[in-house]
Design a protein around this ligand. Sequence first.
Ligand SMILES: [Fe+2]
Length: 284
Amino acid sequence: MSSRLACNEVINHAAYPIDETDNPARQQVIEQVKRELAADGCAVLRSFFSEAGLQALLAEATQRKSETYYSPRKLCNVYLNDGKPEFPEDHPLNVFIPRTNGFITADLFGEETTAHRLYYWDPLKQFLAECLGKDELFIYEDPVSNMIVNVGKPGQQFNWHFDTNEFTITMLLQGASSGGIFEYVPGLRSAEDECYDEVKGVLDGDRSRVKPLQLNAGDLQFFLGRFSLHQVTENTGDNDRLLLIMSFSEKPGMVGSKARVQNLYGKVTEAHAENTVRADKLVD
Ligand SMILES: [Fe+2]
C-alpha cells in the first residue's frame, strides 16, 4: 500500500515550485503561462506531475471508471442547452452534434483523494490566479462538476462546445493511443458578442482557425474555455482517454445551470436549484 503523497510531491516540484512564492523559477513559469494565454487563451506546462503523482491520480480515476456517467442524450449544441425553437433550424443554437464521452463526477472523489486535495490546495489556486493576472480566484462551487474526469472510450468523442466557467485547467492522465486530440478555436466569442456566424462557420467545417494541441500524460493545460470553442476528437485508439478537469471562477458562488448539469452528469443537488451566477450574459 502506497503512502499518501503531499501536494508538493504530486507535482514535478523541481520544475514547478509553485508553493515557493519567492522562488524565481516560479515567477518564470508564471510569465511563460501569461505569454501563452495572451497569445491564444491556452497554455501548457509539460510534465507538471511527478511520476508518483501521476500514478496516484490515474489510479483514482481508474478505480472510479465503472461509475462514469454517460448522458442518454447523444446530440448536443455547442452551448449544451436545449436550443431555441424561435431561431432558424441551422442557427448554432439549434445545431445538435454527437457527444458520447462520459464523466466521473466530483462527488465521487472524497476529501482524502489526491485529486480532491490538489484541487483545494491553496498554493495551486494562488499560482493560477497569478498566471491569470487576478488578485483572487475562486473554486467553481458546483458540487457535481467542479473537479471531474472526462472519460473517452474508443469510439467516443466530445464535440464542439463552450464551457460554463471562464477558466479551466486540465491534466491528461492517460492519452488515447490514437485520436482523442484536443482542438480549439481561440477567442471565437467574447463576453459581449456570441459571434454566431463564426460559430456556424466552424460547425460547417471551416478549419482555418482550428488549432490542434498534442498533450501527453502528466501535462497541465490552462484553458479559457468560455470564449474558445473546443472539442476532443474521436478516440480511434484501443485504450481509454482520461482527463482530469479542475474549474475555477472569478466570482464566488458559481454553479452550472440545472438543465446542463442534469444532462451532462446525470444528477443535481440543492445548489442547482437557485438562479445561476454568471459574469456575462452569454447563452452558456
Ligand atoms: Fe470544455
